[in-house]
Design a protein around this ligand. Structure first.
Ligand code: ADP
Length: 195
């Protein structure tokens, strides 16, 4: 099965572009959403998170104490790094299990904000939008302040760094039409041999 990643900074439009692929019949794995699921359901990951963050990481009903964890990692970037080092491999394992269930698909898409050349994917699509437009879209989407959005963006890769890992780029700035770009990439991926 050909595994294709789709990435881009916050507000670049990766979920929007992924939705178009999904309408074309391509299964999409939403890494953020799946990470939120597995921190409350994967017993091995739960044990590792408790070891790192303490028993307070989970509420008495067993659910992930998101607020507590956010506060802890906000104060301690090293803890955030360690937490990500637990969550990312667990997501990757979950993705591989999910891929096995998609046997009839022409290829599959993995949507994630963090993606590198060594992410185990056969190709990477980067959604590229000028930063000013991303800021405006996220303010509108999430109701965040400009400073909050800028702060998130500063902690992500730059547009150039994103593009440096791309096999395909979708330009999602206001003067571009994404539909024809997606159709062209989909065509090429459907005719890419499985690796
Ligand atoms: P990401 O998943 O990369 O954070 P989204 O796909 O959620 O980005 O897009 C961010 C916001 O911008 C959403 O509210 C989306 O509806 C909007 N958006 C996406 N693409 C465009 C576009 N080409 N023109 C205007 N708004 C867009």
């Amino acid at each position: 099965m050909l595994k294709v990643g789709i990435t881009g900074g916050i507000g670049s439009g990766k979920s929007t572009v992924a939705r178009i692929f999904s309408h074309l019949g391509i299964p999409v794995y939403d890494s953020d959403q799946r990470a939120k699921d597995i921190v409350s359901s994967d017993p091995q990951l739960i044990a590792q998170i408790k070891e790192l963050m303490g028993e307070e990481a989970y509420l008495p009903d067993g659910s992930y104490h998101r607020k507590y964890i956010s506060e802890q990692v906000f104060k301690n970037p090293e803890k955030l790094k360690s937490l990500n080092l637990l969550i990312h491999p667990a997501v990757r394992k979950d993705f591989e299990a999910w891929v096995k269930l998609q046997s009839g698909a022409p290829y599959v898409l993995k949507e994630a904000a963090i993606m590198n050349r060594d992410s185990g994917l056969d190709a990477i699509i980067v959604v590229h939008t000028p930063v000013e437009e991303r800021i405006a879209r996220v303010i509108k989407r999430d109701g965040k302040t400009e400073d909050q959005v800028k702060n998130i963006i500063e902690n992500q890769k730059t547009e150039e760094e994103f593009i440096s890992v791309a096999d395909y780029v979708v330009n999602n700035g206001k003067s571009h039409s994404i539909l024809h770009q997606v159709l062209e990439i989909d065509n090429r991926l459907r005719s890419t041999p499985d690796q």
